[in-house]
Design a protein around this ligand. Sequence first.
Ligand code: KIV
Ligand code: ZN
Length: 513
Amino acid sequence: MDRVIIFDTTLRDGEQSPGASMNAAEKLRLATQLEKLGADVIEAGFPAASPGDFTAVQAISKKIKKIQVAGLARTSKEDIDSAWGAIKDAAKPRIHTFIATSDIHLKHKLKMTRDEVIQTAVESVKYAKGLTENVEFSAEDASRSDRDFLCKVIEAAIDSGAITVNIPDTVGYALPDEFGDLIAYIRDHTPNIHKAVISVHCHNDLGLATANSLAGVRAGARQVEVTINGIGERAGNTSLEEMVMSLHTRGSILDLSTAINTEEIYPTSRLVSMITGIVVQPNKAVVGANAFAHEAGIHQDGVLKNKMTYEIMEPETIGLASNKLVMGKHSGRHAFRERLKDLGYDLNKEELDQLFKKFKILADKRKELVDEDIEALIAEEILRIPDVYKLLYLNVVSGTVTIPTAMVTLMVEGREMQLSGFGIGPVDATYNTIARITGTRSKLLRFAVTSITGGMDAQGEVTVRLQENGLVTLGRGTDPDIITASAKAYINGLNRLEYLKQNPSLTADERRL
Ligand code: KIV
Ligand code: ZN
């Protein structure tokens, strides 16, 4: 079987999802998980976009040793120097440089002629090649570019030293047959194409990203650029789990394989959702909560008789264990530490003490805790930005015959502040009160509640999206009590907003292309 290289860009294109900013510790944690998942290349970020991006890519490059780490750069010396500065300590660094090739972009965005684009691509690839052997070139908006011009640019980039040439469907415009045909055309009309790996990078504006990427590999592409849960700019990118499981499940027809350890797919999906606060839709292919749920009686009957009747993949294959290891209040510190290690978290003593204390409190409330509960604890306790506001106390009264009232105590920069307030429901009362204590001017754009696991005593997971003066951020909170989870999510969002305000170089706008 031919191997398809999996290039994960969750940390770069994925982070361009509206509001999906991650802090440096979260990025490092995700990079470690992507290494465990078995991605061949991770695009750690766009170092020239902001000092924060640069530092995060640098930290990832120092830590990740088994797989390639790519840094994105426009075709300018400054961008390439910045990318190289951030990735040069990686064991296997890759510079990924790009320029648009469609007439629409040339005329309206770049204001360059076709010859100028070729010359810029050549100079930049040569410059990058002087820094590392491993150079990838992308022709942005390739799917809307003139095919013969596109082939010329690709030929020039390969002649200048690119060993991977990426063909993005930047605006998610292509149809599968058309995109497969484009890859075949490039193979037939680019004389030196055998010297490079063809890569595809598809966006999901028409819901066709995975279909287009599959058409691309069937036509000869051997690298696919993907993100976990399909997150990314606008409607997102090709999702890693869909691509990998398509190749895995239909391997015998496609005759293609990947190096992904499929059992790490579900834990990675959970981690991304937890870190970014972007909830996975229940009917999402492969990793959605309903992906393996059988509702109709006929289906349930069939699955009980033989799983193959309605199941094309086993949940265990993606790491969704049916008999999960359960921990509870009798679990000791040693077992807890071992479980954390299995989940990929090697915490120092101080972090372990802090987490174990919280674990015991939670285990007292819920009899059984599974991996997702423990990961939620880690997200709240360890992977977090410095708190300006901390929830100390919450008491809410609501019901059919009372006006919902909340009493809240927050620690605000070392000072305890308490207020009570009303609302049209318990969450509204809590949020009004928190807003008055913090004096926030932010607007609540989105509020979503899900449950981490199944069962009546499952923990509630609340995600909010907040906006203030052009800054957009997410907040997450988990708790067996959904009103408390809601309060935690709002406070987490407010803390993130404060963090962005205090670190203007990290604003979402600067992170965008
Ligand atoms: O969608 C796109 O064209 C990109 C390039 C930078 C590869 O993300
Ligand atoms: Zn993209």
